[in-house]
Design a protein around this ligand. Structure first.
Ligand code: NDP
Ligand code: 8X3
Length: 258
């Protein structure tokens, strides 16, 4: 049984976040389940009525984050575990063909949203000398690929911010981990990224056995059960069917073409 009792999971209406909330609640956690789609969170609450607190929240709206977290009921107030999971990718085009608004949405959600929530929750953990911040990065934060441009860069931010949080929490019992998954299926991620083009979504996972939300939720469960003196800094997970790409070379590149 984990020493931690209360978790805030952002992006709990789908994918990893939904499964993390379920697994934590199944293991006795009180879970503040945050996302924009309240109906999905209410459905989650129906499964664990006394353990789930649905919280309609857009993490990009800092005023809303402040207000929501200041208004938590007493029994959910002291957040022990923060799972910064809300995030998204938009598009797979090369940078020169991208949509600036989509870049900004990724920055606002994956970087600023994560900061808004962390900024609000971390001080109480430090004050209580007790807590755990788990951030969802991605293999895309470390390993570049065509079309990853801003998405990968936001996840590189998450990775380095997590490392820097380890430095800033030094001297306290607060833990920080960044989980960096690779190819994962059974979430809405590719549907969002590919703007609902189901054929393209299907092609992403065709003939693979990708990581599932359950794999990620079990990883979180493992982390929150590590001994108090152990900090797992980073976890990079890929399905066995995925591995690193090689460096890419264009042969016979025409420098004179204008
Ligand atoms: P999903 O699209 O299935 O879920 C994303 C969740 O984030 C949803 O609950 C969504 O809820 C929430 N969300 C999005 N924007 C906001 C916002 N502005 N405010 C609050 N909540 C928001 O994606 P995954 O579960 O696959 O991904 C979860 C995390 O894991 C992301 O950070 C993603 O980058 C990362 N990741 C995913 C991988 C994958 O292949 N699936 C691999 C590596 C990392 P709602 O729309 O209701 O607000
Ligand atoms: C999601 C993994 O490979 O689609 O973060 O970028 S990938």
């Amino acid at each position: 049984m984990s020493d931690y009792k209360i978790a805030l999971v952002t992006g709990a209406s789908a994918g990893f976040g939904l499964e993390i909330a379920k697994v934590l609640a199944s293991n006795g956690f009180k879970v503040i389940a945050a996302a924009r789609r309240l109906d999905k969170l209410e459905a989650l609450k129906d499964l664990y009525p006394s353990l789930i607190l649905p919280l309609e929240l857009d993490v990009t709206d800092n005023a809303a984050v402040e207000k929501a977290l200041d208004s938590l009921p007493f029994e959910f107030k002291d957040i022990d575990v923060l799972i910064n999971n809300a995030g998204l990718a938009l598009g797979v085009d090369r940078a020169q063909n991208c949509n600036l608004n989509e870049w900004n949405v990724m920055v606002d959600t994956n970087i600023k949203g994560l900061l808004n929530v962390t900024y609000k929750v971390l001080p109480s953990m430090i004050k209580r000398n007790f807590g755990y911040v788990i951030n969802l990065g991605s293999t895309a934060g470390a390993w570049p690929y065509t079309g990853s441009n801003v998405y990968g860069a936001t996840k590189a931010f998450v990775e380095q911010f997590s490392r820097n949080l380890r430095c800033d929490t030094q001297g306290t019992a607060v833990k920080v981990t960044v989980i960096k998954p690779g190819l994962c299926s059974d979430t809405e991620f590719s549907n969002v990224r590919l703007h609902g083009d189901l054929d393209k979504v299907k092609a992403v996972y065709q003939d693979t056995k990708a990581i599932t939300p359950k794999d990620i939720a079990d990883t979180v469960l493992y982390l929150v059960n590590t001994p108090a003196h152990v900090n797992v800094n980073e976890m990079e997970l890929m399905p066995v069917c995925q591995t690193y790409g090689g460096l890419s070379v264009t042969r016979k590149l025409d420098f004179n073409k204008r």
